[in-house]
Ligand binder design. Structure first.
Ligand SMILES: *Cc1c(COP(=O)(O)O)cnc(C)c1O
Length: 368
């Protein structure tokens, strides 16, 4: 049988290395609710990422939903349609109207030049996404937000370990949200986090994810249950020991793809941004049918016949899904670049155990 190569595959550390963590949990008899390993993971992650305050969550989507709650965001939020659907869903779950604006063509993130025209008296925040871990144009976004009194919440699900001029990109905006889903560079199987800038805000967020409790007998607001448990925290602590090696091997794969795919007419990819330390979360290419000869979907199907499963990520655009497609801002004319990108994008396999020979095979099929 032909070996299947998927777009991603989790790296499971040696099982015997996980056992001591489990023994510690069994000994502590503390399974969830801010346990010892949970606290340790928060400390180690804050240290590793270069951020002050981090609050762990059971997944990235609940972290996004809670981040909006923590800042009391309502009305309308300006966001990008070129993201995973959870970005807009987090607004929907807070009864906030997403207002989509187009992306910029180079790194496919929210185009700051389109923000101001979309602001109305109902606008309370901007929710950009560091797509594929390439930082958004944060200075411009911050300047506009400040001028109009808007909050900024970054969906930073792809931006684990990403730094700009030596500083974590997660320090940008009012809050940043990570996902630790099994498909991400760093994983707690399911999990996520909110990064904030003050002890008071962390305290508030910690309470929000625990039903809104302040101490034993006081509930100050309708919180949610979005806690990360001790087994997941243990998995994260073990993953963290390997994460530099993960990123290094992803970088090697990225550089080889770039080398092998350059000069193919109609195939383009993104280069590293200047001054940015990347996490190499994804390896997306754009397929220009007119120049390449076949469409993205045809290339996607062709790779499948070789057992290679790319992922059309992000396709369809969020704004084309039925819960959102009737919004005025979801019209295709409003989102020309995003619609084009969604039709051209293909993420190629990238994961720790992907061999360089496999990268060569994939690249040669694309070269045809
Ligand atoms: C993965 C992801 C999410 C959702 O995170 P979960 O942990 O799966 O809930 C949100 N936004 C983006 C951009 C993502 O890639």
């Amino acid at each position: 049988m032909q070996k299947e190569i998927n777009v991603t595959q989790p790296f499971l550390p040696p099982l015997e290395e996980f056992i001591p963590y489990l023994e510690q949990i069994w000994k502590n008899k503390w399974l969830t609710n801010n346990g010892q390993l949970h606290q340790q993971l928060e400390r180690e992650l804050a240290d590793y990422l270069g951020v002050k305050y981090i609050s762990l969550f059971s997944n990235g989507t609940l972290a996004l939903i809670s981040a909006l709650q923590a800042l009391n965001i309502h009305g309308e939020v300006i966001t990008t349609p070129f993201s995973f659907v959870a970005t807009s869903h987090s607004l929907w779950w807070n009864k906030i109207q997403p207002v989509f604006i187009d992306i910029e063509p180079e790194y496919l993130s929210l185009d700051p030049a389109k923000i101001e025209a979309a602001i109305t008296p109902q606008t309370t925040a901007i929710m950009p996404v560091h797509v594929y871990g390439n930082p958004c144009q944060v200075e411009k976004i911050n300047r506009i937000a400040k001028k109009h009194g808007l909050k900024v919440i970054y969906d930073a699900a792809h931006a684990f370990g990403v730094k700009k001029d030596g500083v974590s990109i997660l320090n940008q905006g009012d809050l940043s949200v990570l996902s630790f889903h099994a498909t991400k560079v760093f994983s707690t199987i399911e999990g996520g986090a909110i990064i904030c800038h003050s002890a008071e805000m962390k305290h508030h967020i910690d309470n929000l994810k625990n039903f809104g409790f302040r101490g034993e007998t006081v509930v100050e607001e309708p919180g949610i249950n979005a806690k990360l448990n001790e087994v997941q925290a243990a998995y994260g602590l073990l993953q963290l020991k390997y994460v530099d090696a993960f990123i290094e091997s992803r970088k090697e794969i990225t550089l080889l793809y770039r080398e092998l795919l350059k000069d193919i007419k109609g195939i383009s990819y993104m280069e590293d941004m200047k001054g940015v330390t990347h996490g190499y979360s994804y390896f997306p290419i754009l397929v220009d049918e007119d120049e390449y000869g076949i469409s993205r979907d045809q290339l996607y199907e062709k790779l499948k016949t070789f057992g290679i499963n790319g992922r059309r990520y992000f396709y369809p655009l969020i704004s084309n899904f039925s819960p959102y497609s009737q919004l005025p801002s979801a019209s295709k004319e409003n989102l020309l670049i995003a619609n084009r990108a969604a039709n051209q994008i293909l993420c190629l396999p990238i994961y720790v155990d992907l061999s360089l020979d496999e990268v060569k095979t994939i690249s040669s099929i694309i070269k045809k």
